[in-house]
Ligand binder design. Structure first.
Ligand code: SF4
Length: 106
């Protein structure tokens, strides 16, 4: 499990820089830089609401991360093995405007 620091405040799953989902997916099959990755689990928040599916639940301190960025040093069998990652993209309106800021080329 990985600790997440997520600055994508426009995502409906974000709460206090944590995520309300039990697991997220990061894209970037051919990524060799952080900007070529993206959080595929991003869903734009409408009218300042949270996801009704996870309403009432606390955001997760740690979560599973399925990751397609196979060239990242922290990628082990398409799972992230970093102790902590940061997802960036403040003001994002779509997933492509987000990125894993912890990506590091292997
Ligand atoms: S640190 Fe690397 S393996 Fe972990 S989510 Fe980010 S890009 Fe994927």
């Amino acid at each position: 499990m990985t600790k997440l620091n997520c600055s994508v405040a426009t995502c409906m799953y974000n709460q206090d820089k944590l995520c309300r989902l039990p697991e997220i997916k990061v894209e970037g099959t051919t990524a060799d830089i952080s900007d070529s990755t993206a959080c595929a689990s991003f869903v734009e928040r409408k009218k300042n609401t949270f996801s009704s599916a996870y309403e009432g639940e606390q955001p997760n301190e740690e979560l599973g991360i399925e990751c397609m960025a196979q060239r990242c040093v922290y990628n082990k069998g398409f799972n992230c093995c970093a102790d902590q990652i940061s997802v960036a993209g403040n003001g994002a309106r779509h997933a492509e405007a987000t990125r894993c800021a912890t990506f590091k080329i292997s």
